[in-house]
Design a protein around this ligand. Structure first.
Ligand code: FES
Length: 160
């Protein structure tokens, strides 16, 4: 009986270490997710926003199928793709794309970014441009993004 209690206690400690204090895995890391198809993204170079849904291992922390962030995708030509995390690098608000300005604007403290994701105004609160993400085309039409969040408020990108 004593060995059973010891074994169960060890398993509970192991689960707590793996899942964290609230029974969840710590957030962060790279999430490789399918976010769109080529048909959903015209080749005119105008950024479009897409949600990123939790996949795979996120089932363990009950995030499966829920949005964990958003990206802006640009498609130039047949299959040239660019992806940005939609979170503002100043403090994490979600930026908007403004077609008239041909750039991104953060509604929180008005940081602005060029359509290429670079800082448009040197006096912006943000210290770096939008965070570019790795993007790949699978099966000739599915757009997959290596989604990741980065610590806001720094000039350099520090992954969360
Ligand atoms: S959160 Fe975007 S400018 Fe502050």
């Amino acid at each position: 009986m004593k060995s059973l209690v010891v074994a169960l206690g060890g398993a509970a400690v192991g689960a707590a270490v793996c899942l964290g204090p609230q029974g969840r895995r710590p957030p962060g890391g790279v999430k490789v997710a399918r976010v769109a198809t080529l048909e959903e993204l015209p080749a005119d170079g105008v950024p479009r926003s897409f949600p990123v849904y939790a996949t795979g291992l996120e089932v363990w922390n009950k995030l499966f199928g829920k949005p964990v962030g958003a990206v802006f995708l640009r498609r130039m030509g047949v299959d040239s793709l660019v992806a940005f995390n939609a979170a503002c690098p100043h403090a994490g608000c979600r930026v908007d794309f403004e077609p008239d300005r041909k750039g991104y604007l953060c509604p929180c403290h008005k940081s602005s970014f060029t359509i290429e994701g670079k800082l448009a105004d040197p006096s912006s609160q943000a210290l770096r441009g939008l965070d570019e993400l790795k993007v790949e085309l699978r099966d000739g039409r599915e757009i997959w993004v290596h989604f990741q969040d980065f610590h806001p408020g720094h000039a350099e990108k520090y992954p969360i």
